[in-house]
Design a protein around this ligand. Sequence first.
Ligand code: IMP
Ligand code: MG
Length: 174
Amino acid sequence: MSTLSLLISETEIATIVQTLAQRIDQDYCGESITAIAILKGSFIFCADLVRALKTPINRIEFISLASYGAQTKSSGQVMITNALAPNLIRGQNILVIEDIIDTGLSLSALWPQLQSQGPRSVKIVTLLDKPSRRQHAISVDYIGRSIADYFVVGYGLDFDQKYRQLPAIYGREP
Ligand code: IMP
Ligand code: MG
């Protein structure tokens, strides 16, 4: 059995989400956005963030990314497994909602794919960031909390698909 140690409590998460929403609201000044949440990990963060935002949201889309990391020949390849409909984001202010940024591979690969579809702007919000693990440069507009190199679970984040239901965020010790 692995041990879980509390890293960010429910109350702290709520404060982080409110702070992020306020910063985002200030930046968009009432302009509307299209939110794109990256499944599965960001589903709970997305649900809380969009309810904290006053910025009008035109639509919320969900995409899944499949990355083929060091174990495969196609290292560095990231595929959107459920692509956005053509022209959906053209001319829109896109807010990408991510649970955690680790190596940066997923978002650095997604970025040009989004840009090629002619959005007006693209910004990224992530609840958590592990900067010490970064291998692919990516400019992140809103970071909830930077953490050390822990493997974390809860609040949507999983280990082997488990623990997503936990309301707080825990470090998982093997
Ligand atoms: P990246 O492409 O290496 O930045 O990986 C990002 C994705 O890996 C995140 O969106 C998560 O889905 C997953 N991930 C990275 N670190 C963790 C973690 O500590 N716990 C759970 N999932 C993680
Ligand atoms: Mg994710």
